[in-house]
Each structure stands twice: as C-alpha cells, then as structure tokens.
Design a protein around this ligand. Sequence first.
Ligand SMILES: [Fe+2]
Ligand SMILES: [Fe+2]
Length: 273
Amino acid sequence: MALMELYSTLETLLTISEPKEKIRLFREFYDAYRRGEISRDVTSIPIIFATPSYHGYCKVIDPQDVPRRTKLYTPHGQILLLHAIAHIEYSAIDLALDAVYRFRGLGEAFEEDWLVVADDEVRHFEMIVTLLEELGSYYGAFPVHDALFEASQRTLDLYERMAVVPRYLEANGLDATPLILRKLEPFQNDPIIQKIIAALHVILEEEVDHVRKGDVWFEYACKQENKELLSYFEIIEKHYPNSFPRKVDVNCDARKRAGFDHNELAKISLNRC
Ligand SMILES: [Fe+2]
Ligand SMILES: [Fe+2]
C-alpha cells in the first residue's frame, strides 16, 4: 500500500475549495497520520498560494462590502451571523493546515498540535453549517472576505505567523464570542438561538486551546529568533497598527488561560485584567 505523503496531501487539501471534499480527504489523511501511515518528502518546497482555497466556491469581496448581520432575532440576521462564523471556521481549517505544510522540521509535536486544531476547526465548521442548513441556507450563499487568508500570506515565517494568527486573530475571537453571546441571550427562548448559543460555547472553549498552542510555539519561535516575548507588540503594530488597547471588552479569563501574561494584558486591555 502506498503511504500518503504529508506535504503533497496538505497541498491538495489547501487547494480544495469544496467543503465536503476537503473534509472527506482531511479525515482520511488524519486517520492515516494518527496510524503513522504517512511519508514525508523532505525535498519538496512549500508553494505560496495566490488565492484562498474557497475562491471559486464563495464569491470573495472587500471586507467592508460583506453583508452585515443586523437583527439577530430574525432568521435572516441569524443566517448572516452563522455564515460569517462558518467562513471564519472554514478559513481556520486552512490556516491550521498551512502551518503544518509551511513550517517544516519542527517535529511531530508541532504537526500534531496544528492537526488537532484543523480537526477542531472542521468540527466547528460542520456544527455551524448544520445550523445554517436548518435555517434553509448554506455555506457559499453570501460573499465572503479573504482577510484571514491574506494574514497568512503576509506571515510566511513561524515567528510572525504564531503572533498574528493564533495570538492575535484567534485571540480576538475569544473577546468577540462573549459579545455575540450577550446579544443572543435576550432571544434564548427561541430553539435555534439556543442551538447557536450552545455551539458558540463549544467553539469559545476550544479556541482557548488554539491560542494556547500559538502561545507555546510563539515562545519557541522567539527563542529560535533570539527575540523578546514582548516583540509580539511590534509584530502586531506592523500588521494591524493601533490595535491595542482593544476597543472592546477583553476576555481576561480566556486570554489568561491561553497564556497571555499580566504585562501583555495591561497593554491589550483598556480595563484591568
Ligand atoms: Fe474554530
Ligand atoms: Fe481556532
């Protein structure tokens, strides 16, 4: 039996746009990976992708032009919210796979960490799509932005990638989810709202672990590059100027569990964490 080759399989996964096909191949690959039935072509070189995988499946537009969710008590508002979350989760599958594809030679602990994350993101995506379908819609029904893909393409080394993707973008998600939950709470007698709330709680809890993994590997990258941990703020300032202190309520508890320390939180949060 021919073994699946790690990097070429990841490259294929990162170019499949159709969700069902991507998830089917991911599960086949991840099963083989966990059984140790894969090979590694260490001579291959990662390519830089020109377009995100979902290009062609979803219409990609400017972030400002993405339809905004408004009234969360209406099915249309719920659909727009779920579509936006489904897109974040779908993009996050690729971001996790891209880390394993691009940053090589870091050992199996690195691969395993980001494949666990990819597997979580697949589940998150499926959970949200199920609710979207319950409301009569589907992923791809609305145009999307490619901000997460763009962030990954601007951070092609481990040091910047870990700072920007898990420790900034996913960490911001830890702040954003409780705000969405608070907006949904007044309508929690509605069964679909109850399901959305339950899904968001699962996502929020599991995302803490993604940020935590980013924290571990950012620290590793800092040691490799001979940088201070606080250089995190220089990286974020370069890519997302004037982001700190955050203008929204910071989820201090989740961020602490995800590895942010006292000094960092003092810069990140307007309020005392
Ligand atoms: Fe997720
Ligand atoms: Fe995540």
